[in-house]
Design a protein. Sequence first.
Length: 167
Amino acid sequence: MTESSETGVIRLDNTDGFVQHTVELINQSIRKVTVLTTDLEPEWLGAEPVVEALRQFAIKNRRSQVRILTTDPTPAVRSNHPWLELIRRLSRVEARVIKSEILDSEPLKGTFVISDLSGIVYHATDSGAWQGFAHYDDRATVRQQLDVFEQYWRYSEESPEFRKLVL
C-alpha cells in the first residue's frame, strides 16, 4: 500500500511502491542520481523498470552522474545483478564499496535513491520489512541523507568486482 500525506510524503510498504516511485524519481532527475544500498537490493533496484530508468538517465545527458555506494557487492556479482552491466560499461556510473570498519562503527540506518538535490526514495532497513517513504521535493531530508552519503563515500573504495574484465 502506498499512502500520501499533506506534506508530500508518500509512505511505502511494498516493493511495488518502491519500484514505482524510484522509476518516477529517476525519470525526473536532471543531473545526479545518488544511491546508498546494502547489496543493490535486487527486489527493488534490480527490477526491470528501475534498471531501464537508470540506463536511460545515464545515457540521455553527457553531464549526468550516477554514484552508487554499497556495503557488499558479492551478492550482486553472484546473481549477475542488472546494474553490473551499467556500472561496468558507462563511465557516468561510479560504484564504490564502503569499508567494513566504518560500517562497524557507523552502521547503515537506511538505504535510498536521491534525485538531484530534492527527491528521495528511502528504505528503512532496520525494520526488516519493506517500509519507507518517497518525497519528490524535500531538500532538507535530501541534504541530510547526502551528508550521510558523503561521509560513507570518503571511507569507500573501488571494488574489483565492479570492474570490467577485459581479456
